[in-house]
Design a protein around this ligand. Sequence first.
Ligand code: SAM
Length: 254
Amino acid sequence: MVRQHVNPLSRFFQLPRPLPPPEELFAQPQRPIHLDIGCARGRFLLAMAQLEADRNYLGVEIRRPLVTAAEADRQALELTNLHYLFCNANVSLENWLLALPAGRLERVSIQFPDPWFKAKHHKRRVLQPELLRALAAALAPGRELFIQSDVLAVIEPMQALIETSGQFSAQTPSNPPANGERWYGANPLPLPTERETLVLRQGLPVYRLLYRRNALATTASGRSAEAGRPEATDNPATAAAPAPASAQTRAMAR
Ligand SMILES: C[S@@+](CC[C@H](N)C(=O)[O-])C[C@H]1O[C@@H](n2cnc3c(N)ncnc32)[C@H](O)[C@@H]1O
């Protein structure tokens, strides 16, 4: 039985895992990489790797049994442009990203991250300032960061964190919603995730934002020279109104 949630701050998950370099993960390591953070059972990437096979896909996930099962699926299909790795993204990804050849990372997606609604649990949320800095340093100008969630109280702090960094420019869809909403609308990716399929089937809203890395530099400390302090917006939902009970119940019932 796979646990619904694990606490990424527990001691067990603080041990950095040495993640193999792209040469050991993919048959053609020079291809651009799509990194999916929190890929769960991995079926989205399994389908993407077959649909758009000219790219490499890496899924990282903190629940090891899901990674084992996803890897078994990948091996059964003999896909060499896909890999799943067990790790805590907040502990192990930074070094892996640092070691990537410049320009190799093409796209990062964080889709339906665990909500951790209670204010004291916000620091368990996956998009923290350090991870964002590492992503900004690894993504060349023009490369994509895509986030989506069915919970406003989760995506709004992510939006604030990303936009305060000054290093990402929000993209406007070619067919923006007539009501002037800031959300991206239709999924810019060709396939839905498992959670997305479930949410859409229930007729619930999905909030999406697509960003491109802009040219604002990252300094040696990993901070952008001109942007605001991302720490100041770390999980600003702490100060915001709590999510409606219905949304909380929904998300925790996953
Ligand atoms: C709600 S699920 C969404 C799964 C998938 N992205 C989807 O849309 O169907 C969020 C996933 O992120 C994983 N996760 C949470 N924190 C993580 C972390 N620090 N590092 C890696 N994975 C994490 C969880 O275990 C869970 O599988």
